[in-house]
Ligand binder design. Structure first.
Ligand SMILES: O=c1ccn([C@@H]2O[C@H](COP(=O)(O)OP(=O)(O)O[C@H]3O[C@H](CO)[C@@H](O)[C@H](O)[C@H]3O)[C@@H](O)[C@H]2O)c(=O)[nH]1
Ligand SMILES: [Mn+2]
Length: 584
């Protein structure tokens, strides 16, 4: 196929952020101010004649202040990488449909869940239903639920969802429903002219909800359901969440066409339940382990060329997101170099005051656009579309061109049962022994933020990524709401990012020469988030204590210090975030 721009108009455009010049001037002025602070501190240390009494603590504290200010200045400098050059993307779905509607690729969707108590089965299946109902040819869509909790209740809920999907998907498509998570849709509905149909579908949903909630409360699957579906027998050999065989059930599949059609006789997406094998003597590697099992299992069931990964608490809020992301992947000129398309983590439960800044606004609305301008955003684990090849470890080469034509190398002879049995082997604990899985292939092991380190290694393999952040968010999730939850999450993220700095894939050295210097700097800023707390603690505690003792550590604004700048504002990254956001 001819890839020249002369032949095709692009499938997406990239625009530079407005107000760049103003931001850059602002940033330079800030740097000048920071330099003055350094100068003042140096000057004071060199020129002051300390008396013995002052030397006991006074000199030391000035050195401490200097160290903190040098650190803040350096850290601030790193953060500028993701503020300097913001870009905004716009896909053209109509062009995609015109050119490629008949050769759209297969897409595999991985939904991860791990604990039926923290992640209620009703929430999980709402996410599953929302992604099954994407505006995309159903025969090209496969949805996999990975259940690291190995819970019978979650399996039961998924069975119920498979039945409900037979009504829900045609309903969504007929009335162009948005969003397609039933719970979110029913919650947000106001006036409607489809009253009868709505009442009918809502009734089905409520009945299903009641059955699932009852089973969740009783922690027991109804006997009737158990007898009806052979899948439950797989729990016969189950000893605990940490010790069981692979449980795999293909619930909907074109090979089982009579059971896999909706109420109007159209084929539904493939739907698979997977609880990979767990044994106490094998490390399960958390979500990374689950994702790698999914990568292998899906490769023989559907082998989608594009993979979407969502956490179970993050439903699809826009039924066209697959098409959006394909505009990036399938663009004739630039598509071949793009490995993943990341959507922001947006949340539906943030309160107005957002006390703990759970909305991550500075990251989503500023920094990731800046990262995109440096070669691509980080992979943040959910709401991300990947090319299977790059996720599986393939290195980018300039000659590489993706063949989007479906070359179906999946076995057509096998029965569904044979396919299930074969797939189970791929999700066994021992499968990865002496292989590159978790190292060079798939998601990386050994890091609490498996997503960030995996994204970095993909970018170091030569690939680019894209950040797509439209006004209507592609996915909506649940943000932590209590202080404890926020602290746990931030501890994990900051620890994980810090670990990356010293890992094999450190952005400081491994990535050198492989990714843009500015992208490297941006990664380093995230990786240094944890140690930043030391300087912050020092800076926020010591000056106040010294003030109480009557010893000033800052110049008097009018006399010695030439600029009237609030120093706390200078060194407070959050303030900068909001300034940056306003300017962007
Ligand atoms: O052994 C495990 C542990 C977790 N999960 C799933 O992984 C996802 C993320 O875990 P969670 O505990 O919710 O972590 P968060 O801090 O909310 O997750 C963010 O941060 C993680 C690490 O950076 C990313 O993997 C996530 O995608 C991102 O949403 C959830 O769907 C879990 O069900 C598993 O499948 N298996
Ligand atoms: Mn989560």
């Amino acid at each position: 196929m001819d890839r020249g721009r002369g032949v095709y108009s692009p499938l997406f455009e990239t625009k530079k952020g407005r107000g760049r010049l103003i931001y850059r001037l602002f940033s330079i002025s800030l740097f000048t101010a920071i330099s003055f602070i350094w100068l003042y501190r140096f000057n004071h240390i060199i020129t002051t004649n300390y008396t013995q009494q002052e030397e006991d603590g006074g000199k030391l504290v000035w050195f401490g202040m200097l160290a903190a200010e040098l650190w803040f200045g350096f850290y601030w400098f790193l953060t500028q990488a993701f503020r300097w050059n913001l870009v905004f993307r716009q896909p053209f779905k109509d062009r995609l449909s015109q050119r490629y509607e008949h050769m759209l690729p297969e897409v595999d969707i991985f939904v991860c869940t791990a604990d039926p108590e923290i992640e209620p089965p009703m929430m999980v299946i709402n996410t599953v239903l929302s992604v099954m109902a994407f505006d995309y040819p159903s025969e090209k869509l496969s949805v996999y639920l990975s259940d690291d909790g190995g819970s019978e209740i979650t399996f039961y809920a998924l069975l119920e969802a498979a039945t409900f999907a037979k009504h829900w998907l045609p309903f969504c498509k007929r009335f162009k429903v948005e969003p397609r998570s039933p719970a979110a849709y029913f919650n947000g509905i106001k006036d409607t002219n489809i009253a009868n149909e709505l009442v009918a579908i809502k009734k089905l949903y409520n009945e299903m909800e009641k059955r699932i909630e009852d089973a969740t409360k009783l922690k027991r699957v109804p006997q009737e359901a158990r007898l009806k579906h052979k899948g439950f027998s797989q729990w016969d050999s189950y000893s605990s969440k940490r010790d069981h065989d692979t449980i795999l059930q293909i619930l909907l599949h074109k090979k089982d066409h009579d059971n896999s059609k909706d109420v109007h006789g159209f084929m539904l997406p493939t739907l698979v339940y997977l609880a990979r094998e767990k044994r106490p003597q094998y490390h399960h590697n958390y979500k990374a382990g689950a994702m790698n099992s999914l990568l292998r299992v899906s490769s023989i069931i559907s082998n989608g060329k594009v993979i979407l990964n969502v956490d179970c608490d993050m439903y699809s809020n826009n039924s066209e997101s697959i098409r959006d992301s394909l505009c990036y992947f399938m663009d004739e000129e630039k598509g071949h170099e793009i490995a993943f398309v990341q959507s922001p983590q947006a949340f539906e439960n943030v309160t107005k005051n957002d006390l703990y800044a759970s909305a991550l606004l500075a990251i989503a609305e500023v920094e990731f656009h800046g990262a995109d301008g440096c070669g691509g955003p980080l992979y943040i684990g959910t709401g991300c579309f990947h090319k299977r090849e790059s996720l599986c470890g393939m290195k980018f080469s300039d000659e590489y061109r993706h063949n989007w034509k479906s070359e179906d190398n999946l076995s057509t002879e096998e029965t569904l049962h044979e396919l299930e049995e074969k797939s189970k082997g791929l999700a066994s604990c021992s499968y990865e022994e002496n292989t590159q899985w978790g190292k060079e292939m798939g998601l990386k092991y050994g890091c609490p933020v498996e997503d960030v380190i995996t994204g970095l290694s993909i970018q170091s393999n030569g690939w680019k990524s894209v950040y797509y952040n439209p006004a209507r968010k592609a996915f909506l999730g649940v943000a932590p709401t209590s202080l404890l939850q926020v602290l746990i999450q931030h501890k994990r993220w900051s620890e994980g990012d810090f670990q990356i700095l010293f890992s094999k894939y450190s952005p400081a050295w491994y990535a050198f020469g492989k990714i843009n210097l500015s992208l490297q700097m941006g990664y380093c800023a995230y990786c240094l988030w944890a140690p930043n707390c030391l300087a912050t603690l020092f800076y926020s505690i010591i000056p106040s204590l010294y003030l109480l003792k009557g010893i000033p550590l800052f110049p008097k604004v009018t006399k010695q210090f030439p600029l009237n700048i609030d120093r706390n504002m200078l060194f407070c990254p959050r303030e900068l975030n909001s300034v940056g956001k306003n300017i962007a």
